[in-house]
Design a protein. Structure first.
Length: 290
């Protein structure tokens, strides 16, 4: 009898221990990071469309920005996301109005002082990164509003690879172990990002024709982004991290020179180099001199 009671107590203790272990090892949530720019939105074709200080259609296109962002948020949740963080990534980072976004998502808006910039808020707890409204790098042919960061940058490369904003933002994501799974923008940026990251899901909302935009309607663009993000997040296991082996060396070419970042070298007029074992320090130098 005592032996039976001892076995029963031991079994009960084991069950309690297993239950306790299960409660402390909850499955990891699916967090999705969405970085949203403006130049690659459906219909955008001139700088006045995306400038709050110009006499253009900015107020209209910030609504389009919110609608394409909401489409991406919806796609992420349809794919099983448990949390979505949206980073307003254009200009002053004050384009998305909080009340215009899907209330399930959090919004990170405003300029940040750190090197991550358009990727502020990313960390290893996320499972996938989505780019919306992105554009090609400075000098890209057959692209709409192509540029790199500011209009002052001619070219920015790390370890010999010339990078668009989506390229160095993908490196920031790769640094914390998160893959970029989706990009939406004009056809030029979709091709450019795929050339760097591989065959990720992309939606080309418009094509450039002699500096004009031949593009989808806003509704069609939003529908395609919603479907594309859902597919990309579901298939995130097939996406590869975008990483470079350190140490890192950048070459920055600009139109007008800025003050030197400590440790940077001026190799010729309007061209600078900077090296570091820390990728984020490379971006600090870039942000200071761009």
């Amino acid at each position: 009898m005592k032996s039976f009671r001892r076995i029963a107590i031991t079994g009960a203790a084991l069950l309690i221990a297993l239950a306790s272990s299960a409660s402390t090892q909850q499955p990891r949530g699916l967090k999705v990071f969405i970085s949203v720019d403006m130049e690659g939105l459906a219909g955008v074709v001139t700088s006045a469309d995306v400038s709050s200080t110009a006499n253009g259609d900015y107020q209209y296109f910030r609504k389009i920005m919110a609608a394409e962002t909401n489409a991406a948020i919806e796609g992420a949740y349809r794919a099983g996301a448990t949390e979505v963080l949206v980073r307003d990534s254009h200009g002053s980072k004050e384009n998305l109005l909080p009340g215009d976004l899907d209330p399930r998502a959090r919004l990170l808006r405003g300029l940040s002082s750190g090197p991550k910039n358009m990727m502020e808020g990313i960390d290893s707890s996320f499972s996938a990164v989505v780019f919306v409204g992105y554009h090609a790098k400075a000098g890209t042919p057959n692209a709409i509003l192509e540029h790199t960061s500011t209009g002052n940058v001619v070219d920015f490369s790390i370890n010999g690879v010339s990078l668009p904003e989506g390229g160095y933002n993908a490196l920031v994501a790769g640094l914390v172990g998160v893959p970029v799974v989706f990009v939406a923008g004009d056809r030029a940026v979709v091709q450019q990002i795929r050339g760097l990251l591989g065959p990720i899901t992309g939606v080309a909302v418009k094509d450039e024709i002699n500096d004009a935009s031949n593009g989808m309607s806003p509704k069609q663009a939003q529908d395609e982004i919603r479907k594309g993000v859902e597919q990309a997040v579901r298939n995130r296991a097939s996406a590869k991290l975008y990483k470079m082996a350190g140490p890192y060396s950048m070459v920055l070419k600009v139109k007008q020179e800025r003050p030197l970042f400590p440790g940077a070298v001026r190799v010729r007029e309007a061209e600078f180099t900077f090296s570091s074992p820390d990728l984020l320090e490379i971006l600090n130098a870039f942000n200071a001199m761009k």
